[in-house]
Write a protein that binds this ligand. Structure first.
Ligand code: HEM
Length: 541
């Protein structure tokens, strides 16, 4: 009986098991599907900023134009709202179109939005991660501290004589000939000279062969940084290709070696002068004195100043000339202010100490920065952790692009935003040196804000104020005697926006004005505080 009972029991069990098995599988499948569904539901409660639909793998990469991407971003803002989302390959990208949002995310929440997207081409291979592409960390902190020691507001008076000297030289160069087919080189020489003197303690005299190299280095770096510039930055798996297939790697190494050899050659001269006790206090001497910088970091940090400062300042000044042609009323008003404050006989040259008395000239400079920002698409930041903002989720490691162009064309903040209207910056308070950077967003945001902004503003202000004081700026005429018009769309189109060559007529307001500038140049080049010219070069002046 026991046997019968036992065999009945086991067979029942067997049958039950046979019945239970498919049931368990079905139950597990249902639980799995339910769990996935719930996870998806919870996940989908996250709302990402809106944006254009893209390809499942490439995302929106093929929609992003290489030329003037800031205009495409601006259109996205109009269609999808002030915070828009894109996918470039595997990268999540959020574009900000309002200064208030950039101020909140990149400024107030800068602890989370101050990384840089790791750049393989420009970072890993080309520059060994220079300050612009370096994410926050000890090296970045040391570099920022070094920049701060040179460029904080209270250091600015140290550069007054230098910027006054270089600006008088610039005005003389501009007045050298009435008709300029292209001002770019003359202006770039001015901005490169200011930086060269601050970095190496000597002037970049006319004919110095370093000038051409500085321009080439500055130009190639900005192009190599922008999203979409190199496929390997969009699809990092391409970095695992062997050298034979990765020709871009060889190219980046070649550029890196060329840049490093340039920086090393010039910085080594300063080191030698330090040993001989003849070096002037400059960025390079200060870096050589810091224990946290080795030789290679010094070469890179000094070179970065040219990459960051030369073309940005020069492009801003070129846009100033475009504004003077298109809006001659602004030039006339500035000249009226200068004549009222300094007298109209042309014997008193404006200096930095006149800044507080010349609010219109300050407004012209601020409006130039606003009207045509030279880094219109901003410089991308990278978020660290996931964040929630205005009901949207911004994923960890999202590239955040502050589209300065949209911000400066915000009709709420700047009515008639495409017009050049210096008056919008005129307020009751007296202008100050520290307030020179206000009124626009051209220098970026938060912890990554441009450390050279004070120097750039002081340098550009003194230069354009002296140009307006000493010069008439007019359209050039064709052989048939017709004015040659200027086309605002005719500008460079990648990360940096600079007008393409345009002809312009520059004449002195009077012979006395020109003589006064020449006297200042002759006077300052003899002054003891003047940084001596580079003796290795052929001095033309
Ligand atoms: C018209 C002149 C200039 C403009 C419009 C400009 C604009 C900018 C912008 C938009 C950024 C990125 C900010 C961000 O990430 O939010 C930047 C960064 C930087 N700029 Fe400038 N800049 C100018 C001149 C200069 C000068 C003269 C120097 C140095 C002498 C300089 C040094 C730097 C450096 C080192 C960075 C990288 C900062 C970092 O990533 O931590 N810039 N600049």
């Amino acid at each position: 009986m026991n046997d019968t009972f036992y065999s009945n029991f086991t067979s029942q069990q067997h049958e039950r098991r046979q019945f239970l098995l498919p049931f368990s599988i079905a139950a597990a499948a249902i639980i799995y599907i339910l769990t996935r569904w719930i996870t998806c539901q919870v996940g989908s409660r996250k709302t990402y900023p809106p944006g254009p639909p893209g390809h499942p793998i490439a995302g929106n990469i093929f929609q992003l134009p290489i030329h003037k991407p800031w205009l495409y971003f601006q259109e996205l803002g109009k269609t999808y709202g002030p915070i828009t989302h894109l996918k470039l390959g595997y990268e999540e990208v959020v574009v900000l179109h309002k200064a208030a949002d950039a101020g909140e995310l990149l400024g107030h929440r800068s602890h989370n939005y101050s990384l840089r997207r790791p750049l393989i081409y420009a970072g890993k291979y080309l520059t060994d991660n220079n300050v612009m592409v370096l994410s926050c960390g000890d090296r970045w902190t040391s570099l920022r501290a070094a920049y701060h020691s040179m460029f904080q507001t209270r250091e600015m008076p140290r550069y007054s004589l230098l910027t006054e000297l270089e600006s008088s030289k610039l005005v003389l160069d501009l007045l050298d000939t009435p008709l300029h087919e292209d001002l770019t080189r003359t202006i770039q020489h001015f901005t490169a000279s200011v930086i060269y003197a601050i970095v190496y303690g000597r002037r970049l005299a006319d004919g110095n062969k370093d000038f051409e190299e500085i321009l080439e280095i500055a130009d190639s770096f900005v192009k190599d940084c922008y999203p979409g510039a190199h496929l390997v930055d969009t699809f990092p798996f391409l970095d695992s290709l062997p050298d034979i297939l990765a020709l871009w790697r060889k190219e980046a190494y070649r550029k890196r070696d060329w840049q490093l050899s340039f920086y090393t050659r010039v910085a080594e001269k300063v080191r030698k002068e330090m040993e001989e006790n003849t070096a002037l206090d400059c960025f390079t001497t200060r870096l050589f004195e810091r224990p946290d910088f080795d030789s290679k970091s010094i070469m890179q940090a000094t070179g970065e100043m040219f990459q960051a400062g030369t073309d940005t300042m020069a492009s801003t000044m070129l846009w100033f000339f475009v504004a003077m042609l298109l809006y001659p009323e602004a030039l006339r008003k500035a000249q009226a202010e200068l004549d009222k404050v300094l007298g109209s006989d042309g014997t008193v040259l404006p200096g930095l100490h006149h800044l507080k008395d010349l609010p219109y000239c300050v407004a012209v400079m601020k409006e130039t920065f606003r009207w045509m920002p030279v880094v219109p698409g901003g410089f991308p930041h990278l978020s660290d952790a996931e964040d929630a903002y205005k009901g949207y989720t911004i994923k960890a490691k999202t590239v955040v692009i502050p589209n300065i162009w949209s911000m400066h064309r915000d009709e709420g903040q700047y009515p008639n935003s495409s017009e050049f209207i210096p008056e919008r910056h005129l307020h009751d308070e007296t202008p100050t040196l520290s307030g020179l950077t206000d009124g626009h967003h051209s220098f970026g945001f938060g912890r990554r804000i441009c450390p050279g902004r004070m120097l750039a503003s002081q340098t550009i202000w003194i230069a354009i104020t002296r140009i307006m004081w000493a010069c008439n700026v007019d359209y050039a005429k064709s052989l048939e005697g017709k004015l040659i018009p200027i086309d605002l769309n005719n500008s460079t189109s990648q990360i940096l926006s600079r007008p393409l060559p345009f002809p312009v007529k520059i004449t002195p307001r009077s012979q006395t004005h020109q003589n006064t500038v020449r006297a200042e140049w002759n006077n300052l080049k003899e002054a003891p505080v003047f940084l001596p010219p580079d003796t290795d070069s052929e001095e033309k002046v």
